[in-house]
Design a protein around this ligand. Sequence first.
Ligand code: ACO
Length: 320
Amino acid sequence: MSFRILGTGKSVPDYVLTNDEMATIVDTNDEWIRTRSGIRERRICTTETPSTLATQAAERALKDAHVSAQELDLIICATIRGEYISPAEACVIQKNIGATCPAFDLNAACSGFLYALDVADGFFARKRVKKVLVVGMDNMSNSLDWQDRSTCVLFGDGGGAAVLGEGDGLLSIHITAQGDYDCLAIPRGENTNPRYANGSQRPVLKMNGRDVYKFAVNAMSKGLQKAVDDAGLKQEQINWVIPHQANIRIIDAAAAKLQIPRERYFCNIASYGNTSAGSIPIALDEMNKEGILKNGDLIAMSAFGGGLTSASCVIRWNKD
Ligand code: ACO
């Protein structure tokens, strides 16, 4: 297909909110959170903002790719909530890094980064671009009900980025959506129109965890299987899986339905919780910077989230 990854970057807030500290905010405990989700701590914004995180991740990805901001032909930022309703977070990033190309946001919740790769692929296929910056970033701590222990313990803030250049690294990709705002939604919040008659809902995440869990296991196992099949590969050939980091039990349950050995699934959920659109690019950057990925490695990635959306792909790592 049409692109390869030239470089990656990530940025997470400095503040580490441990499970023990979480237990001082809501009625919970380290043991419950660890055994139900795999999370030990998460980063949350104190002085950072969505834009400072997204900009830093972008700058680090450009440096890793040896690409200048001026060379970029497109910026896509996957996020459910940038710093502003308008401008798009991608335009804020463009200004901060000194780029001049078109820029827009994409909202597919936790599947956003992979959705953005699919959109970027279309621009490469039409030969509209040579270099694209894709950022996945979310600031979930600002969309949580901090009195709801069933949700606030699961999320964290952060983001990652990848610079894409022409190449044949993308072997397969597919995206899905099934509209459902009963089991997972974050309302927009206050309506400032004085004649508006529908009232307002608090802009905090509401989730039926069990329904999302069932959707997630199915979406991840079927999505990975399809992505590998579409790439013309056997599951045993996949060197690494980068699953969306929402719950270690979801990853375990999906892995149990597949033939890819469990140790090939990269997991950093213990350190960051669920960072929504930031989850996969943060993991990708850690694997890249820690020297885990070797040229030629086949990497399957799979995400699911609000929408309900899902996305899966297979890439060949061919950075250098
Ligand atoms: N601490 C202590 N107890 C808790 C906590 C907590 N933080 N949260 C819930 N409980 C209690 C509940 O009140 C319940 O108590 P009860 O039995 O007395 O009623 C008990 O623990 C069990 O609750 P369950 O909901 O059954 O727990 P479950 O094992 O299903 O795990 C979880 C819940 C972790 C939310 C799981 O369902 C899950 O991971 N779902 C998927 C979530 C997800 O991946 N979301 C992604 C969305 S991301 C996006 O798109 C923005």
